[in-house]
Design a protein around this ligand. Sequence first.
Ligand SMILES: [Zn+2]
Length: 161
Amino acid sequence: MLKELESGVDYPQLYREFVEWFPDNKACLDYLEKLRWPNGFTCPVCNVSAQPWRQTRSRLVCSSCHHQASITSGTIFDKTHVPLTTWLEVAWHMTTAKNGVSAKTVQRAVGTSYRTAWKMLHQYRIAMVRSERKKLSGTVEIDETLVRWYRAWQKTRTRNK
Ligand SMILES: [Zn+2]
């Protein structure tokens, strides 16, 4: 069982913290890697837990079977042209909106096109729904970790509003 997520340790609470935590793509990847493999990298193919090689910042290579694992593979952040900093910024805005945030608001807040803003919100919503379904079928995947993290973050933020 995973430990409870802790505010200020597992997710930022203040906007100042948020900006400090996620200044660039590298910081976002480091964070997502920790979220995905809290106890260190485990190969999704051979299940060996060992220090992987790093091909690029986002691509890890299993030292046992040489499987290439991407930190974002299988998540809503995979194969997207939107920077991770923007994705997390959208999550930040979503966490305070109890009844959801509009694509228009996101567009203005993070400076993307309306279409991109809409798509990001849509992807987050799909991840939420998928996570609910997974809970029923018993499988745990990265998006679920992400959603769990997001919900814990949202809970603290709406409480302190
Ligand atoms: Zn492996």
